[in-house]
Ligand binder design. Structure first.
Ligand code: FA5
Length: 348
């Protein structure tokens, strides 16, 4: 082709492009059309391969014609893409919005089952005059064991397999009982506190979790008796389960109370009367379920916190709240509480 023929071909390609792009209405197709003409192997580039065969004097003219066509193609492509954006914006504007329609309900959060149970337990005890006390989850060996009459090498330490943080002095508290110690160190009787909180042990099965919640109770005053302890526990269990359930204080050993008792409550599933023909999976046919420990504060603990054991007596208890929530809601694996599965959590 000579120079004039090349220029005419380029002009024709320009026209051809304008006709091709005219009906297109989506971005991908528009960009594909542009590539078909201006891409490396596009129609314009193919024609330009003949440029080298022309006399040197003719080349600038053909070059200018090629630039003109390229510019037309680029400008038209950009304008077409702009049109697309405008059309979409117009469609948005044209969409009618009925501002009087009620809003979609916002997916509100809710309290975790364990938080609900903790707040309920605190509410019941506060009605009896107990106030909430708090203590650190990272504790010293002294507050957790020594001051509670559990010295190092004491066999009772084996009952609470401990996570130590540094050496054997700083640890994750294994029970809420160190809050008893902290309270008695800073307050003088009369004392009535409950301390709900998270505790940690190397424990892991369907009813034991390495992290779980206890609620501790402590009352110290003149003439506090074992009968007071029993009265408070009966009241709590009946209120929490919204039924008259019996409790049973079974003699047991905790170094920081004397006498000490395990707290059992009547099984809330079979109401203490296990079925004859099947098995109550909750109490395993015994009619009773253990929920915590309790007892009268040991004078040795009073000595550690400088409270006069001749003048004052006190009771203390500590219950596992997951266990109580499991009994109340029929949950059979403690892991459900901590897996974060909304299908479980949303039921409460
Ligand atoms: C104690 O922790 C004592 N501090 C309770 C106490 C307080 C006794 C005051 C006397 C005076 P125990 O280790 O038995 O006791 O734990 C109390 C309750 O915590 C248990 O009855 C159980 O309900 C719950 N519990 C214990 N270990 C776990 C665990 N790994 N997961 C879930 N709950 C647990």
């Amino acid at each position: 082709m000579n120079a004039n023929e090349l220029i005419a071909t380029l002009d024709r390609l320009g026209e051809e492009f304008l006709a091709a792009i005219q009906p297109l209405a989506d971005e991908q197709a528009i960009r594909a059309a542009q590539a078909q003409f201006l891409g490396k192997k596009g129609k314009v580039s193919e024609v330009m391969k003949d440029l080298g065969k022309l006399a040197a004097g003719d080349r600038p003219l053909v070059g200018q014609a090629a630039n003109r066509v390229k510019q037309v193609i680029e400008e038209r492509t950009a304008a077409k893409l702009d049109d697309l954006v405008n059309v979409a914006a117009q469609a948005d504007l044209a969409r009618k919005v009925d501002v009087t329609l009620p809003a979609r309900p916002a997916g509100g959060g809710r309290l975790h089952l364990m938080t609900q149970v903790r707040l309920e337990a605190v509410q019941i005890f506060s009605e009896l005059g107990f106030v909430v006390a708090d203590g650190p989850q990272i504790e010293t060996d002294w507050h957790t064991f020594e001051a509670l009459a559990i010295p190092k090498e004491h066999p009772a330490r084996d009952m609470q397999d401990t996570f130590y943080i540094t050496g054997d002095e700083i640890l994750l508290r294994t029970h809420t009982s160190p809050v008893q110690v902290r309270t008695m160190l800073t307050q003088t009787p009369p004392i009535r506190i409950v301390a709900p909180g998270v505790v940690y042990r190397r424990d892991d099965d369907a009813t034991h979790s390495p992290m779980f919640t206890q609620i501790e109770g402590l009352a110290v005053d003149k003439d506090i008796s074992f009968a007071d302890l029993k009265g408070v526990l009966i009241h709590f269990v009946s209120r929490f389960f919204q039924r008259d359930l019996e409790i049973r204080l079974r003699p047991s050993y905790f170094p920081f109370v004397e006498p000490g008792a395990e707290v059992d409550m009547q099984c809330s599933f079979c109401m203490g009367k296990p079925p004859k023909l099947s098995t109550c999976r909750v109490c395993k046919q015994t009619g009773w379920v253990e929920i915590g420990g309790s007892g009268m504060v040991d004078p040795e603990v009073f000595a550690h916190v400088k409270i006069d054991a001749e003048k004052y007596t006190g009771f203390a208890f500590g219950m596992g709240l997951e266990r109580m929530a499991m009994l109340r809601h029929g949950v059979n694996d403690i892991k459900f509480y901590y897996e974060g599965d909304l299908r479980f959590l949303e039921q409460f």
